[in-house]
Design a protein around this ligand. Structure first.
Ligand SMILES: [Mg+2]
Length: 270
């Protein structure tokens, strides 16, 4: 089976691994499952996740980590395109775009002069009025407006920071139009790109996530099965009172219960 595994709240909480997940994912990997990690986070390059995940004992390769930044790179290069892209975001996003051959420019007068055909927006810890104004100028001049995600907040070690969605909203307001594409959950593109990266049909995947409005909503939109983990941001009561579009296929309290659910799903689809 293809497992699309969310990170925060599923395999770790902050810097602390979720108990039993490394053992379970190693078992699934050894038994032949394909494990792809997916996250809306656009701040880091895959290499940084690979180091963190392998340090926690998770089965991982760099090509099995699809962040919203990586998926944005894949979306921008669909059909063989390779647009000069103005990056209104951090260095991890820019590096992911350059990895697929895209020429990136910064939101500066010099970057704008390169006539970017796309503007990629992610969490921008160097956000300034000037960067926002130049990104809006590029969108008004016709650049494709591609948002990594619309998360309103970013969970950091010391509390909630403004998320990429706050930058997207500011840019949409300043440019006078909404994004052409939003890549991250709950939109379908992140999961579609993750499945395509291993040559699989996204509808065959099992999404393992802790967010109803993100992981489970996106799973339902792409027709994938899903397991809601109660190890993160969602309670059982919230899951059980959610509307049908947010219903997971199954709910797991911990890694042990997830293992039993995946066993039954594998037996059902074999
Ligand atoms: Mg999560």
């Amino acid at each position: 089976m293809l497992l699309l595994v969310d990170l925060d709240g599923v395999v770790y909480r902050g810097l602390v691994p979720v108990p039993g997940m490394a053992e379970l994912l190693n078992e699934r990997y050894a038994a032949g499952d394909t494990v792809v990690y997916v996250t809306n986070n656009s701040r880091w390059h895959r290499d940084e996740y690979q180091a963190r995940l392998s340090g926690m004992g998770m089965p991982v390769r760099a090509d099995r980590i699809v962040t919203a930044a990586r998926a944005t790179a894949l979306v921008l290069t669909e059909g063989g395109a390779c647009p000069i892209t103005l990056v209104f975001g951090g260095p991890g996003l820019a590096r992911e775009l350059r990895d697929v051959g895209i020429r990136t420019v910064a939101p500066t007068d010099h970057g704008l002069a390169a006539e970017p055909a796309a503007v990629a927006v992610g969490i921008d810890l160097g956000l300034t009025y000037r960067r926002l104004s130049i990104a809006a100028d590029a969108v008004r001049r016709g650049a494709r407006f591609v948002a990594t995600n619309r998360d309103p907040v970013y969970p950091a070690a010391d509390g909630l920071w403004a998320g990429a969605g706050a930058m997207v909203a500011a840019l949409a307001t300043a440019a006078g139009r909404e994004p052409d594409v939003v890549v991250g959950k709950p939109e379908p593109r992140l999961f579609q790109a993750a499945a395509a990266s291993v040559g699989a049909d996204v509808a065959s995947a099992v999404v393992i996530g802790d967010g109803l409005l993100t992981d489970i909503a996106a799973a339902n939109r792409v027709g994938a099965r899903s397991v809601l983990m109660l190890t993160g941001v969602t309670s059982r009561a919230a899951a059980e009172s959610a509307p049908p579009a947010l219903h997971p296929t199954a709910i797991a309290a911990d890694a042990d219960e997830l293992g039993r659910i995946l066993d039954s799903m594998g037996a059902g689809s074999a």
